[in-house]
Design a protein around this ligand. Structure first.
Ligand code: MYR
Length: 131
């Protein structure tokens, strides 16, 4: 289960990913130390997520397979959905400004919560520990 509060512990290639997303160096530097924390409550195919970071606190509700709108921490607007494939959550989101696709996954790996990101050929990962 993904339920619980997860605090970011480390990231891999996240700066390059953000650069590919077109985020400027100043915001990327801030994002490097965003202390991102996500609290996940899953009930069947419904998720309630509270995201908190140095940028903001945000509540997100979605149902697997149902499209929703979301704004990234830098203000970029996307629309897409999450699906469950086995034990892995797979998300596909389309940017509203340029129609390009960001894919992301969430999975538990050895007691850690791992989120991967891909945008235009650049992959990144953020690894979270349970709080
Ligand atoms: C959620 O389930 O938390 C909401 C939907 C997430 C959509 C995709 C998240 C990608 C975040 C990438 C951040 C890049 C910084 C610009």
């Amino acid at each position: 289960t993904f339920n619980g509060t997860w605090k970011v512990d480390r990231s891999e290639n996240y700066d390059k990913f953000m650069e590919q997303m077109g985020i400027n160096i100043m915001k990327r530097k801030l994002a490097e130390h965003d202390n991102l924390k996500v609290t996940i409550e899953q009930t069947g195919d419904k998720f309630h997520i509270t995201e908190s970071s140095t940028f903001r606190t945000k509540d997100i509700d979605f149902t697997l397979g149902v499209q929703f709108d979301y704004s990234l921490a830098d203000g970029t607007e996307v629309s897409g959905s999450w699906e469950m494939e086995g034990d892995v959550l797979k998300g596909k989101f389309t940017r509203k400004d340029n129609s390009k696709v960001l894919t992301t996954t969430r999975a538990l790996v050895g007691g850690e919560f791992v989120q991967t990101y891909n945008y235009e050929g650049v992959d990144a990962k953020r690894i979270f520990k349970k709080q």
